[in-house]
Structures are given as C-alpha cells and as structure tokens.
Design a protein around this ligand. Structure first.
Ligand code: FE2
Length: 358
C-alpha cells in the first residue's frame, strides 16, 4: 500500500525534532524527469535564489508534491491546504562555499543589501540608521529573495510564515558536506517561545520585535549580517553546539545535516530553523522545496494564484508584495500570530489519535 500518513514513530520524531525524513517516497522516474528539466533549464555552476518561473511551475516539477504520496501524507497528518502551484528549486553548485558560512534562519524574512558596519545600525531593533536607503520608502522595497519587510500595513508582524517546508532530494546527498539542507534539531519549541514572548510583551512579532534585531553585528568579526534567529535561539544554538558530537566532513557543529538519497523527502516545521550548507562535493546538490500552509477556512484568498501557494513564505500578502483586500471579519495577520505562537495547532495528528497509521 502506498504510504499515506506519518507512522506513529515518524510523528514522535517530528514532534521531538521539528523535522522528519521520509525515505524513498518519490518515484524515481519523476525524480529523473524533474532533474533533467532543471539541468537543461538553469545554471548548475551559479547559485540562484530565484530560479526561472517556467521551471518552478512546470507540471513535471510540481507533481513531485501534487502527484506523490507527499500530498496525501500532508493532508492526513496536517490537514487540508490550497493547491500547490509552484516551488523553490534549490541548486547548490559543486564546490560552492555559499558565502562562507551557513546561516540558520526561520523562514519568512526579507533579504537584500544592508550596511556593513556596526555603527550604521540601531543595535536594539537592528534597523539601518539610514533605513530609507536600504528598505525604501515606508519599508516597501522587495527583498532579493522576494521577501517582505512587513506582512501587514500596521507593521505588527515582520515575518512571513507557513506550516511546513517539504523538501525533495533530486540527487544523492548522503555524505555530510555535500550541500545538505541542515536544521537546528529540536529548536522549534524555543522559536515558538520567542514568538510567545514577543506577543506577551506587546512587541512586533518577528525581526525588529523584542529580542530579535533584524540586522546584527557578528560576535566574531563585527560585520553586520541579516539576523534570521531570535537572540534566545542563538544563545541556545551556541550552547547546544558545544555539547554536540563530531560528524566527519561536517564542520558546523550546531547544525544537523539532513542526509537524503534521490527520492527521499523531509518535512520541517516552519519554526524549525534551517539553512543551506556549503557543497564541498563534486556534484551540484539539487532539492525542491514546497512551502505548505494549512488551509484557513475564513480566508477568501486561499487558492488565489496571486498568493503563489507552494513557493511563497509570506502568503498573507500577494507573492509580489500586493496587500490583499481582506474583509473586516478576517484578520489574516492575527491568525498568523496565533499559529506562530501555537504551531502544533495546525496539525490534525496532534489532536486525532485515531488517524495514526500503525
Ligand atoms: Fe529558508
């Protein structure tokens, strides 16, 4: 029988670690056809954050979610979701150092050019002192990752969110150091705690809120970088790294490599911090990522193409940053805040033990 749900064991791992690996769940002919399309349609030597849209929406690419057991596994474990129409194609070329160091983050932030020196930013909220230059007027400059600085016009929430990232490996990446998707294992509850603290202190939710400067000067060299993690999470990451055991070929102790073979998949909670890693190996590392958000029944824009379901990490606005005209009765942003502060509430399996596969 085709797999159509998480096993009890997988549910336990997912709850504990914030991610779960599913082995051999994608038919290899689907994997090969998607890989061929991608190899012939985009560069394998240059890293692109935003691959060509024709590829990201190609039927033979998005079927790796829509027409495989992943669609059913997500429906049965999480719940209903709007149709997936696009995805992220993530290729890390061979022997690519990825700007030097991996940078674990919670998805949903803006990225773009920023000042480089410590004295050019406000250290508390982490905004450039000359914000308009970098963020545009009223913070409306779209990120080079298509991310947005704010989700709502009132600037209550700066982080886009969804329920889970579903990754599919298109080639083998079993040996650490070959560009693995990597996670801060088990850190999802600490992330949720940070969101709750922000909510309970009446703060902005996300970067620029309490305990989460948007830009941060590095403790090592003082250079300013985009800060993808709340400070409490960063502190725990450093602490966990000290206790972590060595993995051969893997110099980033704070990170857990997700080692996949072609046709394997990984489901990671939005709040499980993740990152791409340098590819020290001889082959490009090729993954697809589908960003899935549980259906919000009262949201009239569920299923609208302008949201970019499957690829967008900011589905409360249009993919290109358009504000959606929500009815008075539906507060899209408060709904997202509620979910960020209670992430398991979006998963049916946490409430319905009868659905569990044995
Ligand atoms: Fe990410």
């Amino acid at each position: 029988m085709t797999k159509d749900n998480l096993s009890k064991q997988e549910q336990t791992e997912f709850l504990r670690d914030g991610f779960v690996i599913l082995r051999d769940v994608i038919p290899l002919d689907f994997v090969e056809q998607a890989r061929e399309l991608i190899v012939s349609g985009m560069s394998m030597t240059e890293r692109r954050i935003l691959p060509p849209r024709e590829l990201a929406t190609h039927p033979n690419v998005i079927r790796l979610f829509n027409e495989t057991c992943l669609a059913e596994i997500m429906r049965n474990s999480m719940g209903p979701y709007p149709e997936v129409i696009s995805c992220q194609i993530a290729v890390t070329p061979a022997r690519n150092q990825l700007y030097g160091r991996p940078s674990p983050h919670v998805d949903g932030s803006w990225s773009g050019p920023i000042p480089s020196e410590r004295d050019e930013i406000d250290p508390v909220v982490g905004r450039p002192l000359d914000a308009e230059r970098y963020f545009g007027r009223n913070d409306e400059k779209r990120g080079m990752n298509d991310g947005l600085l704010w989700q709502d016009p009132d600037k209550r929430i700066s982080l886009g969110s969804y329920t889970a990232l579903v990754g599919v490996a298109l080639n083998e990446q079993l040996e650490p150091g070959n560009g693995q998707f990597a996670v801060l294992k088990g850190m999802h509850e600490e992330v949720e705690k940070s969101f709750r603290m922000q909510r309970d202190t009446g703060s902005v939710i996300g970067p620029e809120g309490t305990g989460w400067p948007r830009l941060r000067a590095s403790d090592e060299d003082g250079r300013v970088h985009l800060n993808g993690l709340p400070e409490a999470v960063r502190a725990r990451m450093a602490n966990d790294a000290e206790k972590a055991s060595e993995i051969k070929g893997w110099p980033w102790k704070e990170l857990t490599p997700v080692c996949l073979a072609a046709g394997d998949a990984v489901i990671a909670l939005h709040s499980c911090p993740h990152t791409a890693t340098p590819n020290l190996g001889p082959n490009p590392r090729m993954n697809l990522y589908f960003r899935i958000r549980r259906l919000r029944e009262n949201n009239p824009f569920e299923g609208s193409r302008k949201v970019g379901h499957g690829v967008s990490d900011h589905p409360d606005r249009g993919y290109f940053g358009q504000y959606l005209d929500y009815p008075e009765s539906y507060d899209a942003w408060q709904t997202s805040i509620d979910k960020l502060c209670d992430h398991w509430s979006e998963w049916d399996f946490t409430r319905e033990p009868k659905k569990i596969n044995r």
